[in-house]
Design a protein around this ligand. Structure first.
Ligand code: CA
Ligand code: CA
Length: 242
């Protein structure tokens, strides 16, 4: 190796050591974040001794690896309301920006309730593959679209999920899928309402290729009406594993 080439190689090595971020920060291996409290206090680190659902979602949003969030049995009342500035996972709805699996114990026992201060979950463009399993999404309310759950520009799958008791003044009382693919498996969508009853359960918008598909015992075919007063008590879960 000539002097010039050697000097160039050395300079590159020094640059790499001095400024690794210039070449992209290596992501750690995918992790499992276990939620350890039903509280929704001011988010900090997802510490094994105290990790809220919100903290776990923020932790999973940090890197592009497909992390898993384990959500034990419990009712998770989201309490951090409007604080300005969206999308931001630190308040209002839980914004998902990276691939993740959020896994509850079951839709009867793992309940995420927004208590009518915003929608519950929002999957943001660029999140890629997102799975939400075994939990109930309830108490969402918004003046716009997507009362309970929104997937935007992602490939999202809901499995063994209940979406109930959510309200949007616009489209998608329970669910709104925009510009991406949403698959709903073995789930119950019921007791949601929207500005137009046509979209009470779910709505899909976007260019060709955007789709929402539901299988098995999903109640309320996306795009069709299943009107039911959101103030009524939700029915017993109809979710069955197939
Ligand atoms: Ca949001
Ligand atoms: Ca938010």
């Amino acid at each position: 190796m000539g002097l010039v080439a050697r000097a160039a190689a050395l300079a590159l090595l020094v640059l790499c050591l001095a400024a690794p971020s210039a070449f992209g920060q290596a992501a750690p291996p995918a992790q499992t974040f276990t939620v350890t409290t039903t509280a929704d206090d001011t988010p900090g680190a997802c510490d094994p001794s105290h990790c809220t659902l919100r903290e776990a979602v923020i932790a999973a949003n940090t890197f592009t690896n497909a992390d898993t969030i384990s959500v034990p049995t419990g009712t998770y009342l989201l309490t951090i309301g409007v604080n300005g500035g969206e999308p931001n996972t630190a308040h209002e709805d839980l914004d998902i920006s990276q691939p993740v699996t959020i896994r509850g114990v079951g839709a009867r026992t793992t309940i995420v309730d927004q208590q009518r201060s915003d929608r519950v979950f929002e999957v943001l463009p660029g999140a890629g593959n997102v799975r939400i399993e075994g939990l109930a999404i309830t108490g969402g309310q918004t003046d716009g679209d997507a009362g309970g759950f929104r997937s935007d520009g992602a490939n999202t799958t809901l499995t063994d999920v209940a979406v109930r008791g959510n309200t949007a003044n616009g489209q998608g009382g329970g669910i709104q899928n925009m510009n991406g693919t949403l698959t709903i498996e073995r789930s119950l969508i019921v007791g949601n309402s929207s500005g137009s009853s046509f979209w009470a359960a779910a709505s899909t918008t976007g260019p060709p290729g955007s789709s929402t598909s539901a299988t098995a015992r999903s109640a309320g075919t996306p795009g069709r009406t299943r009107p039911r007063s959101p103030t009524r008590a939700p029915p017993r879960s109809r979710i069955r594993r197939s």
